[in-house]
Design a protein around this ligand. Structure first.
Ligand code: S3P
Ligand code: PEP
Length: 453
């Protein structure tokens, strides 16, 4: 059974449902037995964001094939349009919405306001472009996202010669006073709380007058694969990022080439679906799995076997098969923090204890994910404790109850994983999954209904 394109009339790919009736409870479907299904998923959030930014800064029009259409990607599209970039929908072969034709602005113009919603990629990647635009650009976000760390972006842009008005707290809202150019040069930042600070600067760097010589100084650098993804997308458009030592990147000034690109399916959004195989002892296949990718979600092929699952590949189909028991894991997840909620949910249902560390920085994601996972799993009877940079998870028999999602798509999907095995789990505001996967509830319901057929 293949679960793919969803075309129910109420489906709104751009659904800003985040604040719609936040107290609505969604009864998480329970799996009555092992789930066996194939699922195809929409495009990668991270690749769509990067390709939109690079296409906007390129030397000609670019076509993005099969991009993500979600709240985050829509915030990015609107942000770039507000700065004068042309973005048109074009019919394409993608199952989940149109392609996007991006035509760079003749001259980027500010005098606008940008709503970043909840998107880390918008709030971090777009301010450097606003520096290249003529006129002031005000950035703001959802209340829940206003506290996300922005200090490194504000300071680094100032060090690169950009004038910014903020309230000194290192967060949104703030205004970038663009003059049409950014001086650029050598700067040092602390990217301990997000790799997106590095990616943001690298993406625009070749358009700075003097390019960029960027050094990271800080206690850690999370999510390195996302920086590698940034470097790879730049390389594909003719921009070389030199890295003479770990934590230093040099980009020379020069053009960004226009390029038509295929966006891969979102492998991080594959995590809950593959987790469904692990926690039900079933078999779930994701179609369109790329043979080579910079997405950190590809690590699931190595991570899920640690829980006892088996992973097989057949062309572009990746299948995870769960075992009778779920092993506890000891795992450093520094490189893949965005996978943590799904893996913690599996660990809560395991047969032995787990420790997942290297993820202190996910306290700064859509919510404090460490605190949220502790509160919600323990609220169902679990025994999860917070470590300085991670979680210790002692499996306990769980019972049903309300699972709060904290306006965090990955908290909502983590609750759904637990709900497969624990009757009576009700997810608050599941619509928050529209951030990166507006089709989540439909795909999930079909996984459970048709996966047991
Ligand atoms: O650059 C990106 O597209 C992302 C980088 C990572 O951010 P952090 O380094 O803040 O974890 C990741 O968690 C986020 O989901 C997407
Ligand atoms: C951390 C995440 O998102 P953002 O891009 O908003 O940082 C995420 O999707 O897990």
């Amino acid at each position: 059974m293949l679960i793919s394109k969803y075309s129910a009339p109420e489906f709104d790919p751009y659904g800003d449902n985040t604040h719609d009736e936040p107290n609505t409870l969604w009864p998480a479907p329970v799996a009555s037995g092992p789930l066996n299904a194939s699922v195809s998923l929409p495009g990668s959030k991270s690749l769509t964001a990067r390709e939109l930014i690079l296409a906007a800064l390129a030397d000609g029009p670019s076509l993005l094939r099969a991009p993500l259409h979600s709240r985050d990607s829509q915030n990015m599209v609107e942000a770039l349009r507000a700065l004068g970039v042309g973005i048109e929908e074009k019919a394409g072969a993608g199952e989940f919405g149109p392609d996007l034709l991006v035509t760079p602005a003749e001259e980027l113009l500010g005098s606008t306001t940008i709503d970043c919603g909840q998107a880390g990629t918008v709030m971090r990647f777009v301010p450097p472009i606003a520096g290249l635009a003529l006129g002031p650009t005000m950035f703001d976000a959802d209340d829940s996202a206003r506290g996300r760390p922005m200090g490194s972006i504000i300071r680094s842009l100032r060090d690169l010669g950009v004038d910014i008005n903020d309230d000194g707290r290192g967060s949104l809202p703030f205004t970038v006073h663009g003059t049409g150019s950014v001086a650029g040069g050598a700067i040092t930042i602390d990217a301990s709380s997000s790799s997106q600070f590095v990616s943001a600067l690298l993406l625009s760097a070749s358009r700075f007058d003097a390019g960029l010589d960027l050094t990271h100084e800080g206690e850690r650098l999370p999510s390195l694969p996302h920086i590698a993804m940034t470097i790879a997308t730049l390389a594909a458009r003719g921009v070389t990022v030199e890295s003479p030592e770990v934590g230093r990147w040099i980009v020379h000034p020069g053009p960004i080439a226009a390029l038509d690109v295929d966006i891969e399916p979102d492998l991080s959004n594959a995590a809950p679906f593959l987790a469904a195989a692990v926690v039900t002892g079933g078999s779930v296949t994701i179609t369109g799995w790329p043979s080579l990718t910079t997405q950190v979600g590809a690590d699931l092929a190595d991570l899920l076997p640690l829980f006892g699952a088996t992973v097989t590949r057949d062309g572009d189909r990746l299948t995870v098969t769960g075992a009778d028991t779920i092993q506890g894991v000891t795992l450093d997840l520094t490189t893949g923090g965005e996978l943590a909620p799904a893996l913690v949910a599996i660990a809560a249902l395991a047969d032995g204890p787990s420790e997942i560390t290297g993820i202190g920085h996910i306290r700064h994601h859509e919510t404090d994910r460490l605190a949220a996972l502790v509160a919600e799993i323990n609220g169902l009877g679990g025994a999860v404790t917070e470590l300085p940079d991670g979680l210790r998870i002692e499996p306990r028999p769980l019972t049903g109850g309300v699972w709060r999602s904290y306006e965090d798509h990955r908290m909502a999907t983590a609750g759904a994983i637990i709900g497969l095995a624990v009757p009576g789990v009700e997810i608050e505001n599941v619509a928050t999954t529209a951030k990166t996967l507006p089709q989540f509830t439909q795909l999930w319901a079909r996984l459970v209904e048709e996966g047991t057929a």
